[in-house]
Design a protein. Sequence first.
Length: 199
Amino acid sequence: MRLTAKQITGLKVVLHFAGLLPLLWLIWALNHGGLSADPAKDIQHFTGRTALKFLLASLLVTPLARYARQPLLIRTRRLLGLWCFAWATLHLACYALLELGINHLALLGRELLTRPYLTLGILSWLILLALALTSTRYAQQKLGRRWQRLHNFVYLAAILAPVHYLWSVKILSPQPLLYAALAIALLACRYRTFRQWWR
């Protein structure tokens, strides 16, 4: 049984709640002592992980729609991508304000260039920015074939973001490895596409 357009609309509402609820939880945790002794790091990692979750979810849509034979699921991909960008932007803002402080934002550019894991992070964010800005139908029509070429850079972001996470943690733990494994698995689902590019 295939999903209807009305059911997809309902699913989009649920996904919007899924994008908003982590923020509500974070606000609650801040006000009720739900974070560790280093809340700045907790906030940075939480926002980054949430962005990564939405990135992986957006990559999951295409294989899920194909193998489950639910073509209308593709309509949720843009929504997931925009939530990914929103959380990635919040992640970047939290680093700039909590790690550097509002009086030292001028150091941000130097930090992003001199710390390799931050360089990977800002490259991922710039890719997400470009995809968010061109996510409309108008942009798709204007760019034509170039639109798909541009949006293929999401695969590069799916490589850079997990590496950024792995590199950023001081002690190697299973969680960043799990995200990296999921990214590899989702990219492996597109091996035919990559093979055609290689040819």
